[in-house]
Design a protein. Structure first.
Length: 445
């Protein structure tokens, strides 16, 4: 009895100590895994280490709960009286009765033992797991917690093994935590094996921490790294990166196609004059010229969207609104009469935003000269296997021409549109677009 009381006292003292131990341990572990660890095996070993004080605390607390339960039961239930000393029983009857009652008592205690074991061990364990989760800031049980996927990716990115680091770069794209950006920026700054993948991942995630390393990568990296860096800077909306791309393009020092795409993605208006020159330069390749037309279109599209915002914004007065500029269309008009199908299609799509009202007549003539089922073939620029930019869209030439006429905004083409809508040899797509555009223009009158 004395030893039992001693164990209870020791248990009462050990339980809070063990609880405090795993709380302190798990808090340290979360900080270590999130900010310092570079090895997944180390993380796993530490996580197992947390389980030791957790399990001991649960066992001690379960034992204390069991003792409290037995004390309560002893106080509330009368002691069972076997009534064996009455003279009505002979020795054989007393022995038989004793064995029967003892068997029943043992069976009852076994059933109670299993039930109480589940309660007295499972309940403290559940409570301790919840306490540990709360003390760790929710990182233990949360699907986005510090001890799960986020911590895993952060550990992979800090790894000194290039193969493991590459896995971390790939996995980082699926997470939104901005704190991963500094690890991607560090990989980019080293310009090592996975710098290109890290540049793509940082741009996809929108990590501003990577902007400065990407600028240096564009200025000092090899040819492949410069290609990846300039596109990533444009995707991040870095104006300084667009200026570097324009400067390199003018000097002929940078990858021309990637610089043009970057200027289009950034909608960098100061580059428009140079892009117009490139798009009309007969010595340039079709790809360069078509991409330059696309970049001009993106710049004009950006102006159009800003002008529309200003028009509908209640905070701006009519005097402060800027009418969208329609510039850079001259090489596109020339391309409409050229032999290159890619340039013609790029020009048709570009005039939707770059073409002034006067180009409507030219577009209608191109429409009338085209065949019913003429098509534009798609051309895309690939920044990554999962990130492509559509330079020339696929579609029926006549359908794309209707789209461009809608963007040009001429109100004098209603009758022509209605004739095309009535022409049953046109594709259904063309008929529907022509009819809908005619109805919209008529509603504006």
């Amino acid at each position: 009895m004395k030893n039992r009381k001693t164990l209870l006292v020791l248990g009462a003292v050990a339980a809070p100590l063990l609880t405090g131990a795993y709380i302190i341990y798990v808090r340290w572990l979360v900080d270590f895994v999130i900010n310092w660890s570079d090895n997944l095996i180390t993380n796993s070993l530490h996580l197992l280490g947390v389980c030791v004080p957790l399990a001991l605390a649960s066992a001690v607390e379960g034992m204390l709960m069991r003792e409290v339960w037995h004390f309560y039961k002893a106080m509330t239930e009368p002691e069972e009286d076997l009534d064996l000393d009455t003279p009505d029983y002979d020795k054989r009857d007393r022995s038989r009765t004793l064995r029967a009652k003892m068997r029943m008592k043992i069976k009852r205690q076994i059933r109670e033992t299993w039930t109480l074991w589940l309660v007295f061990m499972g309940l403290p364990l559940l409570i301790n797991v919840l306490v540990m989760n709360a003390s760790s800031g929710g990182y233990v049980l949360s699907g986005q917690g510090g001890l799960t996927r986020y911590a895993t990716v952060a550990t992979l990115l800090r790894s000194k093994d290039p193969a493991v680091q590459g896995m971390g770069v790939e996995e980082s794209v699926g997470l939104t935590e901005k704190s991963l950006g500094r690890y991607l920026a560090a990989i980019i700054a080293k310009r090592g094996e996975h710098a290109n993948e890290a540049a793509w991942a940082a741009a996809t995630r929108g990590d501003d921490d990577a902007v400065v390393p990407l600028r240096w990568m564009f200025l000092k990296g090899d040819e492949d790294q410069r290609r990846r860096a300039v596109i990533s800077l444009a995707r991040l909306g870095d104006r300084r990166g667009a200026e570097l791309a324009l400067k390199a393009l003018r000097r002929g020092e940078g990858p021309p196609l990637e610089c043009i795409v970057a200027l289009g993605l950034a909608a960098h208006a100061p580059a428009e004059d140079h892009l117009v020159t490139l798009s009309g330069d007969q010595e340039q390749t079709e790809v360069i010229r078509a991409t330059a037309m696309w970049a001009i279109t993106e710049i004009e599209k950006g102006r159009f969207e800003r002008a529309y915002y200003e028009q509908v914004s209640p905070e701006l007065t009519p005097r402060s609104m800027k009418v969208p500029q329609r510039r850079g269309f001259e090489p596109m008009l020339e391309a409409l009469d050229g032999e290159s199908e890619m340039l013609r299609c790029a020009a048709i799509q570009g005039l939707r935003y770059a073409g002034p009202v006067e180009t409507a007549e030219v577009l209608m003539k191109v429409f009338d000269a085209s065949r019913y089922m003429d098509k534009c073939q798609a051309f895309a620029f690939e920044h990554h296997e999962s990130t492509r930019f559509q330079i020339v869209k696929f579609g029926l030439v006549r359908s794309l021409l209707i789209d461009s006429l809608a963007g040009v905004g001429s109100r004098s083409i209603i009758n022509w549109l209605e004739r095309q809508a009535d022409d049953r040899e046109n594709a259904d797509e063309v008929i529907l677009k022509a009819r809908d555009l005619a109805r919209q223009i008529r509603a504006l009158r």
